[in-house]
Design a protein around this ligand. Structure first.
Ligand code: 5GP
Ligand code: ZN
Length: 112
């Protein structure tokens, strides 16, 4: 499997773990854009949000819950941002569904 995030989940590419359970793995982004920048990925390979079928709805909800749980554990009481870049125009560069959890600074809107 050539997918970068599958290789990270398998431990073939090193990463800094933040949270993990039966369904997802969360690790520090290698190129952080905020003081806290964590990626939450499903253990199973799903190419993007657009490729997530109806039967993945519970898994999608779990990923959001996990991100919120990590934010609480990280003490992001003032808020944070969850981003799911999807497809080329969405700015997705790794084709394995992932949530960006970013916090620790004031976010601006709209994003670039
Ligand atoms: P995207 O642009 O697809 O929404 O986000 C991909 C994210 O993955 C980027 O923020 C990038 O820094 C991160 N990333 C890419 N390759 C690696 C890697 O090998 N290790 C880690 N920890 N993060 C990565
Ligand atoms: Zn993958």
């Amino acid at each position: 499997m050539s997918c970068t995030f599958c290789r990270i989940i398998e431990g073939k590419i090193p990463s800094t773990p933040v949270y993990q359970d039966d369904f997802c793995y969360a690790f520090a982004d290698i190129n952080p854009k905020a003081p806290v920048h964590i990626l939450v990925v499903p253990r199973e390979h799903i190419g993007s949000l657009d490729e997530a079928a109806a039967e993945k709805r519970a898994l999608l909800g779990h990923l959001l819950w996990a991100a919120a749980e990590i934010a609480r554990k990280k003490g992001l009481a003032n808020g944070y941002r969850i981003v799911v870049n999807t497809g080329e125009e969405g700015g997705q560069t790794v084709d394995h569904l992932h949530l960006h959890l970013m916090g620790g600074r004031q976010m601006t809107w709209p994003p670039g």
